[in-house]
Each structure stands twice: as structure tokens, then as C-alpha cells.
Design a protein around this ligand. Structure first.
Ligand code: MHO
Length: 252
């Protein structure tokens, strides 16, 4: 066989073919898998160690979306906390409250700022529920880890109580105990209601979706709970991708 006027032997051609095949397969693998998790982990470890905060402020679908969009929030998880039941489940939560666990980079966002978002994202004066949701699992709780967080939580609660005059702020402040992650169908719930967004980020497998910073952000976006400017930015980015038909959404 000749190739560009030269004679190329069959075994040699086979080798070339295999090499091309390997390269194409690798290319394909890269274009299908979306390793946003890898870069996030590298980012997290090369910066400051992450901190964890847990809050209860009503339905955990919404709570996860409230915090997911904030800069500095690396990961969010919906779950159960504040009670003693060993293996809480959605229909059997025992004495737990629906909660969100937030992993954040303390250089980019502080516990104090998370507290502000906590107070402004629900009505801490509601008794035995939040909004349309009635029940003890929707109670308001700040979970604290250490004396400084306890102090910040108490100061912020005093401020809220002073501001709300006649009604009682029902928020409890509790030492953080065990946080039990909720079932997969409750993670990134708002995002999962939007198959188009899931597709746009490459239909990540469940375990990657749960850990993904991008998914946490888009979960907030899907619930329209990001700050207006961020909602607009994400919208513009999505429209650009739709126009071009490419690439996949890896970060916003
Ligand atoms: N209002 C919600 C509450 C869900 S929650 C995660 C509902 O549709 O039932 O408890």
C-alpha cells in the first residue's frame, strides 16, 4: 500500500490505525465526561480548607437552593438535623428538622454572611412551619460549631428579635450534632425539575451532581433564588450556549 507516494506496510498501517483510534476514543471520553468535580476539588484543596455550616429554615428543597448560589459556597446537601432519630427518612423524620449543609470557603464567604442569608431567606417568627409547609420538621434552627459561631448566632438572633418587636423569633440555636443527608431524590431538587439544565451540564451521574458546585448554583438559579444579577448572568450564558449549540455548561 502507498501513502503520499510511499510504501507503507500493513502491520505499520495497523499501528497507525490503533493510535488514531486510541486518540479518538480519548477525545470522545473527554468531550462526554465533565470533570468539573476534579477542578473543584483541586481548587478547594489548594485554597483554604472548607468549613461546614448547617441551617434549618423550612423545606430543604428551598433551603438548598437559597445557599447554593452564593459565591464561596462549594457544596450543598439537603438533610435532616437537630433530632435524635437514627436513620431519618423523608416520611419518617422523627424529631429532626429539614436542613441544609453548606460547605464553604471561609476566604470567600463567612459564617456571619451565611447568617445574614439565613435570616433574610425565611420568616423566623412563624410557629410550627414555614410558608405553606406545616409541621415541626420545618422549624428554624441555627446549628453552631464552637463558641465563636455560638456567639455570632446569638448576637444575630438578638438583633432580629429587637427588630421584630411584638412577635417572637422562634429560631433555635443548637450545637451541631449529626447531619443525616436526605435521599437522592431530595438533593438538588429544584435543578432536577429542569431536565434542560441537567442536560446542559451533561447529565452528571447522581454522585457527581450531589457534589458539584455548578449544580448547587444552578439549583439556586432553577428556583430563581440567586441574586438578580447572577440570575441574569446565568441566563445570558445559557442563551449563548443555545445559540451556538456548544459547549456544555461547566461553570457560571
Ligand atoms: N411544600 C413542599 C414541602 C416539601 S418538603 C421538602 C411540598 O410540596 O410538599 O418537605
Amino acid at each position: 500500500m502507498t501513502f503520499s507516494g510511499r510504501h507503507v506496510s500493513l502491520p505499520y498501517l495497523r499501528i497507525i490505525y490503533s493510535v488514531v483510534l486510541i486518540i479518538l476514543t480519548a477525545e470522545k471520553a473527554v468531550s462526554i465526561r465533565f470533570p468539573d468535580q476534579i477542578s473543584e476539588n483541586v481548587k478547594a484543596s489548594s485554597n483554604q480548607p472548607l468549613k461546614t455550616a448547617v441551617f434549618a429554615l423550612g423545606s430543604f428543597w428551598r433551603s438548598e437552593a437559597v445557599f447554593g448560589c452564593l459565591d464561596g459556597v462549594v457544596r450543598t446537601t439537603a438533610g435532616y438535623a437537630g433530632g435524635s432519630k437514627a436513620n431519618p427518612e423523608y416520611r419518617s423524620w422523627g424529631d429532626h428538622a429539614e436542613s441544609v449543609q453548606i460547605e464553604y470557603n471561609p476566604r470567600l464567604i463567612t459564617f456571619r454572611q451565611l447568617l445574614e442569608v439565613f435570616w433574610s431567606s425565611h420568616d423566623s417568627r412563624q410557629v410550627f412551619g414555614q410558608g405553606p409547609d406545616v409541621g415541626n420538621q420545618y422549624r428554624s434552627i441555627i446549628f453552631t460549631n464552637g463558641t465563636e459561631e455560638l456567639r455570632l448566632a446569638a448576637v444575630s438572633k438578638d438583633r432580629e428579635q429587637t427588630a421584630s418587636k411584638s412577635s417572637i423569633v422562634t429560631t433555635q440555636i443548637q450545637q451541631l450534632g449529626k447531619f443525616c443527608p436526605a435521599e437522592p431524590e431530595h438533593q438538588k431538587f429544584e435543578l432536577k425539575r429542569n431536565p434542560f439544565l441537567l442536560q446542559l451540564m451533561g447529565n452528571l451521574p447522581e454522585d457527581e451532581l450531589e457534589k458539584s458546585t455548578l449544580a448547587a448554583k444552578l439549583n439556586g438559579f432553577a428556583a430563581e433564588l440567586c441574586p438578580p444579577k447572577v440570575q441574569q448572568q446565568i441566563n445570558a450564558r445559557i442563551e449563548e450556549i443555545i445559540r451556538k449549540g456548544w459547549p456544555i455548561l461547566r461553570e457560571v
